[in-house]
Design a protein around this ligand. Structure first.
Ligand SMILES: Nc1ncnc2c1ncn2[C@@H]1O[C@H](COP(=O)(O)OP(=O)(O)O)[C@@H](O)[C@H]1O
Ligand SMILES: [Mg+2]
Length: 247
C-alpha cells in the first residue's frame, strides 16, 4: 500500500500547489511511482502549473462515479518517470464532494502508487477535513510570517485530532537576507512555534512565477537555487538523512 501525503496550510497562497507539484515530481525522479491529485475543488490550479489546463477531459468525479478508470483520467509526465496527475472537478462545489466515494478513490489509488500526494485547499474547512481523513502523512506548508504560523498552528492541532502518524513542515519562500535584517523570523523561531519536524526550507525564488506561467516545473531544471532543497525534501520523505542547508 502506498503512502497518502496531504499538502496543507492554514493560510492561502503559501505555496501548497507549488510544493505538491514539485515534491511529487522529485519523488518520481527518485524512482517512485507517484500520483498528485488536485483536491482544491472549484478552485483548481495544479493543472495550470503542470501545463495541461487546455487538454483536461476527465476529472476525479468521473473516476469516483465509476465513469472511467483512474489511470485513464490521469496525465502522465514521462520526463519525470512514473509521475501522474489527477485533476479536480471544476463543476461541483467543495460541499458537494461525495466524501465516501472520494476516500474510497484515494485508497484505491494508494494501492496502485508508492505515493499519492494531495494538494489541498487552504484553511480548515470541510474540504480540508475530508482530505485529512485519508492521510498517512501531512506536510504543512508555512511562509516565514506570523499570520501563516498562527494559521499553521490551528491546522496542526486539527491534524492531532485526526491522529495522523507523520507530520512535517516545509518553510517556503524563505529569505536568509531578510532573516539577517531581522525582518523575517529565523528557522528556530518558526520551528519552536510549530513543534513539528522540518522536511525542507525552500528559498524564495524570483523565477518561480515565470516557470508556473509557462506550465513548467522548476524541479525539472538544475539552475534555480531552490531545486537542490526540493530534491532533498523528497529524499528525506523516503527516509534519507540529509542535513538542511540554508541558501
Ligand atoms: N519558493 C517560492 N518562491 C517564490 N514564489 C513562490 C514560491 N512558492 C510559491 N510561490 C508563488 O506563490 C504564489 C502562491 O503559490 P501556490 O503554490 O499557488 O500557493 P497555494 O496553493 O498555497 O495557494 C504563486 O504565485 C507562486 O508562484
Ligand atoms: Mg493551491
Amino acid at each position: 500500500m502506498g503512502k497518502i501525503i496531504v499538502i496543507a496550510s492554514g493560510k492561502g497562497g503559501v505555496g501548497k500547489t507549488t510544493v505538491a507539484a514539485n515534491l511529487s515530481a522529485a519523488l518520481a525522479l527518485e524512482g517512485k511511482r507517484v500520483l498528485v491529485v488536485d483536491t482544491d475543488i472549484g478552485l483548481r490550479n495544479l493543472d495550470i502549473i503542470l501545463g495541461v489546463q487546455s487538454v483536461i477531459v476527465y476529472d476525479m468525479t468521473d473516476v469516483y462515479d465509476g465513469k472511467i478508470d483512474l489511470m485513464d483520467a490521469c496525465y502522465h509526465f514521462s520526463e519525470f518517470g512514473e509521475f501522474y496527475f489527477l485533476p479536480a472537478s471544476q463543476t461541483i462545489d467543495k460541499e458537494d464532494l461525495d466524501e465516501d466515494k472520494f476516500i474510497a478513490m484515494i485508497k484505491q489509488a494508494a494501492s496502485r502508487f508508492d505515493f499519492v500526494v494531495l494538494d489541498c485547499p487552504a484553511g480548515i474547512e470541510t474540504g480540508t477535513k475530508n482530505v485529512m481523513k485519508t492521510a498517512d502523512t501531512i506536510v504543512t506548508v508555512v511562509t516565514p510570517d506570523f499570520a501563516s504560523l498562527r494559521d499553521a498552528d490551528r491546522l496542526l492541532s486539527l491534524a492531532g485530532e485526526y491522529k495522523i502518524r507523520e507530520n512535517f513542515v516545509i518553510i517556503n519562500k524563505f529569505n536568509q537576507k531578510l532573516v539577517r535584517k531581522k525582518i523575517m523570523p529565523n528557522v528556530d523561531e518558526i520551528l519552536s512555534r510549530l513543534g513539528t519536524p522540518l522536511l525542507g526550507i525552500w528559498c524564495y525564488e524570483d523565477s518561480m512565477l515565470s516557470y508556473q506561467n509557462r506550465g513548467k516545473l522548476i524541479v525539472a531544471d538544475k539552475k534555480p537555487k531552490c531545486v537542490k532543497e526540493i530534491k532533498n525534501s523528497a529524499k528525506r520523505l523516503i527516509g534519507e538523512q540529509i542535513p538542511i542547508q540554508l541558501r
